[in-house]
Design a protein. Structure first.
Length: 328
């Protein structure tokens, strides 16, 4: 077993499965967001928690944080409706599960949760980041995540980008790219999101992979890059915030073989966790924390340089960097 600890609680209030996976505390307490979404059974939620927590270990290590990786998943049975009371019950169950780990893991927002949910979790445990600023936290992590992605995109260059998913982070990135004078193609499964970025070109979700752009920016859920999707790409680079973009590690080699540069997601998407830890644990100002987020550009540049010097990929070099930091 690669993970240090995995707890699965049947929530005392909600009856729902609450899964907390702690992958590593080698560098310090584990961090990783709380994902609440529908799964085909709690075992699928467990798989996601195991994968995502391992990626958080690499994310924190490469970002130079004194933290390890963890993840919380609440696996909703499909069709579950979370009204306000039920949602609060779920969040209090999450808080209790985290509290049972006695500080070895702290959570934050992820798909399906936001700062207000963190305040509710915070009623049961103090090991929680990104509560609203008014409640003493550092607030929504999405703008910092988007800022980190932009730092990476600047290193990659290019005049045109295709953004997959116009959620909290993707819509922000698309707007920032438009403001920077880039051509921007966007999509989302929710067509109402189209209105969020009026200056962008809209295509259907199944067309975006073939968009004729310089850089593809995955900003929806994971698993976009597969042996079936990679041959359809027309871009020269892929970099975005979506966690776990590859269906399997070997897909990085398929991208490399096609001459497409893949900037590892755990490097590119670290802005939120970097910002929150700088502000909430180290008392950094907004400006100082954002400056640290901008460092993602330098990290990526270093990986690109090493990959071209060693004849490897940025993914390989990122893995080596994480491994070396975890060994020290
Ligand atoms: N929010 C953060 O600070 C943060 C930090 C690190 C990583 N991430 C990752 O970035 C990604 C986006 O995060 P977010 O907070 O913007 O999430 P979000 O839930 O706000 O947005 C996701 C968007 O993707 C759309 N979507 C889902 N499936 C799609 C598909 N197949 N094709 C097109 N669009 C699709 C959804 O409709 C939604 O608009 C996630 O993978 C998340 O784990 C987010």
């Amino acid at each position: 077993m690669e993970h240090e600890q995995v707890v699965i609680h049947r929530g005392a209030r909600s009856g729902l499965p609450v899964i907390v996976a702690v992958h590593s505390t080698r560098l310090g307490p584990a961090l990783g967001g709380c994902r609440i979404r529908a799964y085909d059974g709690w075992r699928a939620g467990l798989d996601d928690a195991l994968r995502l927590s391992a990626a958080m270990t690499a994310k924190c290590a490469v970002a130079g944080l004194a933290h390890g990786g963890g993840k919380t998943v609440v696996a909703l049975p499909p069709g579950t409706v979370l009204d306000a009371d039920f949602r609060l019950a779920v969040l209090h169950d999450v808080g209790d599960a985290i509290e049972s780990l006695a500080g070895g893991y702290a959570t934050g927002p992820d798909v399906g949760t936001g700062p207000a949910d963190m305040a509710a979790i915070g009623e049961r445990t103090r090991h929680v980041f990104c509560r609203p600023v008014a409640a003493g936290g550092s607030g929504d992590s999405s703008p910092a995540t988007a800022a980190g992605v932009m730092a990476a995109l600047r290193v990659l260059g290019g005049a045109s980008h295709a953004v997959v998913g116009l959620g909290n982070v993707g819509a922000d990135i698309a707007a920032r790219l438009l403001a920077a004078g880039k051509r921007v193609v966007v999509t989302d499964v929710d067509e109402a999101k189209r209105a969020l970025v009026p200056g962008a070109e809209w295509v259907a979700p199944d067309e975006i992979l073939g968009a004729d752009v310089d850089v593809l920016v995955p900003a929806a859920l994971g698993g976009l890059l597969t042996p079936a999707s990679v041959p359809r790409l027309r871009c020269r680079a892929v970099a975005g915030p979506a966690n776990n973009q590859l269906d399997a590690p070997a897909t990085a080699d398929l991208l490399h073989a096609r001459g497409i540069l893949w900037a590892p997601d755990h490097v590119v998407s670290a802005g939120g966790v970097v910002y929150a830890t700088q502000v909430e644990l180290h008392g950094a100002t907004h400006e100082a924390a954002l400056a640290r987020v901008e460092g993602i550009g330098d990290t990526l540049r270093g990986l690109l340089t090493a990959a071209s010097a060693n004849g490897t990929t940025p993914a390989f070099e990122a893995e080596e960097l994480a491994r070396s930091r975890l060994l020290t």
